[in-house]
Design a binder for this molecule. Structure first.
Ligand SMILES: [Zn+2]
Length: 262
């Protein structure tokens, strides 16, 4: 599942292909907007907000997309054939480039002044200009009895974290994922660490995937994520794997019972 850093990079690719250029094709393959046509309008820009993408178009319109589980935006030279079948949800193209949205979890077209209806509930974005660790910690503290692992994934508290950054950040701070928010001493430090790891990955993307250890070799990229049953790199305890939270796709949690004791 794409987390904040992947969405942030996607926004950059869309800006490079679409910003300032007039759309020569728009193709919404979602029932709600099947008749929408943005042809002839210039794209202003694309920004990311947590895991959401907002593509602003001339005439105060915003295309809102979300990658959800396995969505992606692919940029190719204009006129290339798009994948067959129902993978394609949206195409935005100009004379040079086409951006093809595959398996997008959400596609909305709204007035730009209605963006808040779609993303206004989000907490501070780890990679956004509004990032504010104190505000993220304040929001987390509002529900002190909640397990910290669950609260970190709630995008209303802070926006951008998914299962990889949750597991890795909690490991690095030695926090058992079911410890309650009220029992975590330094929430500001915890969210600041998550922000630093995500920012490092956003700006120095490894082709192998998310790196939290500083070691880019494929087998050494993470501390606990993807390592269930294997020995902890710090203490040798076998990494545990479990489920937490209520989101159907975001339950996976990995931790080291040695480094993250109850
Ligand atoms: Zn350990």
């Amino acid at each position: 599942m794409p987390e904040g850093d992947a969405v942030h990079r996607t926004a950059g690719r869309l800006r490079g292909a679409l910003d300032g250029h007039v759309l020569t094709r728009s193709d919404f393959r979602v029932p709600r907007h099947a008749t929408a046509d943005l042809t002839g309008r210039a794209v202003v820009t694309t920004v990311s907000r947590g895991k959401h993408l907002l593509t602003r178009v001339e005439g105060d319109l915003t295309v809102h997309t979300h990658l959800r589980m396995d969505g992606s935006w692919v940029v190719t030279p204009a006129g290339r054939r798009t994948p067959p079948g129902d993978l394609v949800r949206l195409v935005l193209a100009n004379e040079r480039w086409q951006a093809v949205g595959l398996r997008l979890g959400m596609v909305d077209l709204v007035r730009t002044d209605e963006e808040a209806r779609l993303v206004g509930h989000l907490g501070p974005d780890l990679l956004g200009p509004d990032w504010d660790p104190d505000e993220a910690a304040r929001r987390l503290r509002a529900e002190p009895g909640r397990p910290i692992g669950e609260a970190l994934l709630d995008q209303r508290n802070l926006a951008g974290i998914g299962t990889i950054y949750r597991a890795e950040t909690l490991f690095l701070r030695g926090i058992w994922p079911w410890r309650t928010v009220g029992e975590v001493e330094d929430l500001e430090g915890l969210v600041s660490l998550a922000q630093r790891i995500m920012a490092a990955n956003a700006h120095h993307r490894s082709p192998a995937g998310t790196v939290t250890t500083g070691d880019r070799r494929p087998a050494n990229r993470t501390w606990v994520y993807g390592r269930a049953g294997r020995p902890c790199r710090r203490c040798g305890t076998r990494i545990s794997r479990g489920e937490m939270g209520t989101g159907p796709q975001e339950r996976l949690i990995l931790w080291c019972a040695g480094c993250q004791p109850r």
